[in-house]
Write a protein that binds this ligand. Structure first.
Ligand SMILES: *[C@@H]1O[C@H](CO)[C@@H](O)[C@H](O)[C@H]1NC(C)=O
Ligand SMILES: *[C@@H]1O[C@H](CO)[C@@H](O)[C@H](O)[C@H]1NC(C)=O
Ligand SMILES: *[C@@H]1O[C@H](CO)[C@@H](O)[C@H](O)[C@H]1NC(C)=O
Ligand SMILES: *[C@@H]1O[C@H](CO)[C@@H](O)[C@H](O)[C@H]1NC(C)=O
Ligand SMILES: *[C@@H]1O[C@H](CO)[C@@H](O)[C@H](O)[C@H]1NC(C)=O
Ligand SMILES: *[C@@H]1O[C@H](CO)[C@@H](O)[C@H](O)[C@H]1NC(C)=O
Ligand SMILES: *[C@@H]1O[C@H](CO)[C@@H](O)[C@H](O)[C@H]1NC(C)=O
Ligand SMILES: *[C@@H]1O[C@H](CO)[C@@H](O)[C@H](O)[C@H]1NC(C)=O
Ligand SMILES: *[C@@H]1O[C@H](CO)[C@@H](O)[C@H](O)[C@H]1NC(C)=O
Ligand SMILES: *[C@@H]1O[C@H](CO)[C@@H](O)[C@H](O)[C@H]1NC(C)=O
Ligand SMILES: [Cu+2]
Length: 614
C-alpha cells in the first residue's frame, strides 16, 4: 500500500555540493483497498533540517511498518481515499505529551467521536497509548488534510494531505501536483505560546496583545529556506528599512536578512500530458499567502471539496490569495504570449502587509517573502528567468480578505442555499487586553444566541485533558458554563445563519468542523459584497474590522468547533462550539476499536476510556 512519490523533488546541480533537504512524500493509497482501509501511524518527536538552518525539533508522522522516523518523509503521509470509503487510522502516540488528530474537511457524519478535538470530541491520546480513528470519507471528491489539534503540535510539522479521489467528473484524467504551503519556527513553539498569552504594556501603544510570533521560514512540501545565520553573508539590519509608526519597535536588535527570495529547488514537471491540476493548501500557523505562476492564468475548479467555476467565464486570475487551512484546486494555463517559454517560477508570496500593524518591522522583514519552485514544460535542467507579475494584478483580490468570492459560483447551481433562515446567531470577535483575561489568553468571542446583545465578551476556557463536551452530552449534561461558548442547535434541518463581526484589525480565517457552509456575504471597511451565487467551503476569511455571514443546515449530530485557524488565536480561545442535535447524538453508538487494531496494539484505548488515566 505504501508507495513513494518521486515526482516531488530531485534537484540536480552541476556540482552536487550538499543535499540538505530532499523531501519525498510517502502516500497511503486507499483507493485500491477494500473497506475499511487500515492505516497505522506512529507519531514521534524528531529533529530534522528543512530550511537550510540546521536541525529543528519537529513532529514526524510515519507508517508504523517502516519502523523509523525519516526526515525525508515530511510532512505527514498523503492519504488518498474513495468517496464514502470507511477509513480506520490507528494512531500510536510516542510523543512526550498528549495528542489528537483532526481530519479537516471530513464531515464525520455519525462519527463525531473521530473529529479529533481535545476537550470537545475526545480526551487526547496519552503518551505511550494508541487510539483508532474510524470514519467515512465524504460523498464528494475533494482536497482535505489532517493535523494535530493539540497545543502547538501542528506548527512542528504534524499535518498531511487527505484527498478524496475524483470519480467520474471531468477532472479524473488530470495529472495532480500537490502544493502544501507551511511554515516553521526555530524556537520552541510552546514557549512562544506561553509568552504570547500574556498582554504586554511595554508597547508604545499602551496595553495591547503581543504580536503573533513570526515564523522563520516558509516551506513548500516541507522544503524551504530560512533566514538563518548559517546562510547569511550580508549585514543589512532592519532599521534601515523601517518607516512610519513601526520604527519605534525596531530599536530591538534584529536578525540578519539574507534574502527576500529563495528557491526551494522543487520542480513541477508538466512536460508529459497537457492536463495538470495543482492542489494547494495553506497548512501554516499564521500567515496568508499568494500563489502564482509567472505568465499563467489560474482557473479555480475546486474549493475545499466543492466544484466551482468563474461567474464570468472570460475573466482570468493570476494570483490566488490563500489563507490558513484553505484549499483550492487550480488548472494553470500559459499565457498565449508565453507559449515559447518552457520554465517559469512558481511563487508563494508572503503577505507580511496583512500582519498586525505593530508587529516590529524587523520581524516582518525576516520572513522570506518570495518562495520559489520551478514549473517546467520540457525535461531539460536549468532555472527559469521569468519575472514576477505585479503584486496584485487585478481588482478582484481583496486586500488581506482572501480570494474575492464574487468571482465564483458553484458548478452545480442547485446547491445554492434556501432563502429562509430559521435561526440567526451573532458572534463578535474581540481582542481583549484586559488583565482579567490574562490567564485565559487575550482573545475571546462573544456568542449571544439569537439576539445581538452588544459587546459582551465571553472567554472560552477549554476543559482539561480529562473531560470533553461530547462525553458530557452522554452523561446527560444539558446546561453549560458560559466559558464553554456552546451554541445549541436542537432542531434538525434548520437553516442556521451566523454573522461574525471582527473587531480586530487583522483578518481571521474561521473553520467550521462537521460541515461545509455557504458564504453569503463578506465585508471590510471598503466594500460589502453579497454573493449572488454563494459557494460552500469549510474555512472562510473574516476581514479585519469586517464581517462575514455564513449559513449551514443543522443535520449532522455532533459537537463542532468553529474557530480561527491562526494557531496562536485558537490556543488562546478564539473558538465556539456548536452542539448540534444533542438528542440525536445520544443514539449514536460509541465506537470500539476494530479487531485488527486491537491485535496490532493491545494497549489501545477505547474512546470511552481515553479520559481515564489508567
Ligand atoms: C487516486 O489519486 C492518486 C493521485 O492522483 C492516484 O495515484 C491513484 O491511482 C488514484 N486512485 C484511483 C483509484 O484512481
Ligand atoms: C528515508 O526515506 C527515503 C525516501 O523514502 C529513503 O530513500 C531513505 O532510505 C530513508 N532513510 C532511512 C534511514 O530509512
Ligand atoms: C557567502 O559568500 C561566499 C563567498 O563570497 C560564497 O561562496 C557563498 O556561496 C555565500 N553564501 C551564500 C549563502 O550566499
Ligand atoms: C532595505 O533598504 C535598502 C535601501 O532602501 C534596500 O536597498 C534594501 O533592499 C532593503 N532591504 C529589504 C530587506 O527590504
Ligand atoms: C467578463 O470579463 C471580461 C474580461 O475581464 C470583461 O471584458 C467582460 O465585460 C465581463 N463580462 C461581464 C458580463 O461582466
Ligand atoms: C514561438 O516560436 C515559433 C517558432 O520558433 C515562432 O514562429 C513564434 O512566432 C513564437 N511565438 C511567440 C509568441 O514568440
Ligand atoms: C510575462 O509576465 C511578465 C510580468 O507580467 C511580463 O512583463 C512579460 O511580458 C510576460 N512575458 C510573456 C512572454 O508574456
Ligand atoms: C470582486 O469581484 C467583483 C466581480 O468581479 C467586483 O465587482 C468587485 O469589485 C470585487 N471586489 C473587490 C473587493 O475587489
Ligand atoms: C446538485 O446538487 C443537488 C442538491 O445538492 C443534488 O441533489 C444533485 O445531485 C447535484 N447534481 C450533481 C450533478 O452533482
Ligand atoms: C425553516 O423555515 C422555513 C420557512 O419559514 C419553514 O418552512 C421550515 O419548516 C423551517 N424549518 C425548520 C426545520 O424549522
Ligand atoms: Cu485569528
Amino acid at each position: 500500500m505504501k508507495q513513494l512519490n518521486f515526482a516531488a523533488s530531485i534537484f540536480f546541480g552541476v556540482f552536487l555540493l550538499t543535499i540538505s533537504v530532499l523531501s519525498v512524500s510517502v502516500i497511503y493509497d486507499c483507493t485500491y483497498e477494500k473497506d475499511p482501509c487500515k492505516i497505522d501511524l506512529t507519531i514521534k518527536d524528531h529533529k530534522c533540517e528543512h530550511d537550510g538552518c540546521g536541525e529543528q525539533p519537529v513532529v514526524v508522522v510515519y507508517d508504523t511498518n517502516s519502523k523509523m522516523p525519516n526526515c525525508s518523509e515530511f510532512p505527514a503521509p498523503t492519504i488518498y481515499v474513495r468517496p464514502r470509503q470507511r477509513i480506520q487510522v490507528l494512531v500510536r502516540n510516542e510523543l512526550n505529551e498528549m495528542t489528537t488528530i483532526h481530519w479537516h474537511g471530513l464531515h464525520m457524519r455519525n462519527t463525531p467521536f473521530s473529529d479529533g478535538v481535545p476537550a470537545i470530541t475526545q480526551c487526547p491520546i496519552q503518551p505511550g497509548k494508541s487510539f483508532l480513528y474510524d470514519f467515512y470519507a465524504n460523498d464528494e471528491p475533494g482536497t482535505h488534510w489532517y493535523h494535530s489539534h493539540y497545543k502547538t503540535q501542528r506548527m512542528a510539522g504534524f499535518y498531511g494531505l487527505f484527498i478524496i479521489n475524483e470519480t467520474d467528473t471531468s477532472y479524473k484524467d488530470y495529472t495532480e501536483h500537490n502544493i502544501i504551503i507551511s511554515d516553521l519556527y526555530h524556537e520552541n513553539t510552546q514557549i512562544l505560546l506561553d509568552n504570547y498569552q500574556y498582554t504586554t504594556s511595554d508597547s508604545p501603544y499602551g496595553k495591547v496583545a503581543k504580536y503573533e510570533p513570526i515564523p522563520h521560514s516558509i516551506l513548500i512540501n516541507g522544503q524551504g529556506k530560512g533566514n538563518c545565520k548559517k546562510n547569511c553573508n550580508r549585514t543589512e539590519h532592519c532599521e534601515e528599512n523601517c518607516t512610519g509608526t513601526s520604527e519605534v519597535n525596531c530599536l530591538e536588535s534584529c536578525e540578519k536578512i539574507c534574502y527576500t527570495s529563495a528557491d526551494t529547488g522543487i520542480v513541477y514537471d508538466l512536460s508529459k500530458g497537457d492536463k495538470h491540476r495543482f492542489r494547494i493548501i495553506n497548512a501554516g500557523a499564521l500567515m496568508e499567502y499568494h500563489f502564482s505562476i509567472d505568465n499563467h492564468t489560474l482557473q479555480i475548479i475546486e474549493v475545499e471539496g466543492q466544484y466551482v467555476e468563474y461567474v464570468n467565464k472570460s475573466e482570468s486570475v493570476h494570483h490566488l490569495p490563500i489563507h490558513l487551512a484553505q484549499r483550492y484546486s487550480v488548472i494553470a494555463t500559459r499565457d498565449k504570449t508565453a507559449q515559447n517559454i518552457t520554465k517559469f517560477w512558481m511563487r508563494i508570496q508572503t503577505r507580511t502587509d496583512c500582519l498586525r500593524g505593530y508587529t516590529p518591522c524587523c520581524q516582518k522583514q525576516r520572513v522570506v517573502s518570495n518562495i520559489l519552485a520551478t514549473v517546467r514544460y520540457d525535461s531539460s535542467g536549468g532555472k527559469p528567468d521569468t519575472i514576477q507579475d505585479r503584486w496584485i494584478d487585478n481588482s478582484n483580490l481583496r486586500r488581506c480578505g482572501g480570494f474575492n468570492l464574487s468571482m465564483l459560483a458553484p458548478k452545480n447551481l442547485s446547491s445554492l442555499p434556501p432563502s429562509t433562515v430559521n435561526k440567526t446567531f451573532n458572534l463578535n470577535v474581540f481582542m481583549l487586553a484586559d488583565t482579567d483575561y490574562i490567564d485565559s489568553g487575550v482573545y475571546s468571542l462573544t456568542t449571544v444566541g439569537e439576539a445581538y446583545e452588544g459587546n459582551n465578551p465571553k472567554k472560552y476556557i477549554a476543559y482539561d485533558d480529562f473531560h470533553n463536551t461530547l462525553d458530557s452530552v452522554y452523561a446527560g449534561v444539558s446546561s453549560w458554563p458560559s466559558t464553554q461558548n456552546i451554541i445549541t442547535l436542537d432542531t434538525r434541518d434548520q437553516l442556521i445563519e451566523v454573522i461574525i463581526r471582527n473587531f480586530d484589525d487583522i483578518s481571521h480565517p474561521f473553520h467550521l468542523h462537521g460541515h461545509v457552509f455557504w458564504v453569503m456575504k463578506v465585508s471590510d471597511s471598503r466594500v460589502t459584497e453579497t454573493f449572488k451565487y454563494p459557494i460552500m467551503r469549510d474555512t472562510t476569511t473574516i476581514p479585519g474590522n469586517g464581517c462575514a455571514v455564513i449559513r449551514f443546515v443543522a443535520n449532522n449530530p455532533g459537537v463542532w468547533a468553529f474557530h480561527c485557524h491562526v494557531e496562536w488565536h485558537l490556543e488562546v480561545g478564539m473558538l465556539v462550539q456548536f452542539l448540534e442535535l444533542p438528542e440525536e447524538i445520544k443514539f449514536l453508538r460509541k465506537p470500539t476499536p476494530a479487531p485488527w487494531a486491537l491485535e496490532a496494539n493491545p494497549d489501545i484505548k477505547y474512546w470511552d476510556n481515553l479520559c481515564s488515566t489508567q
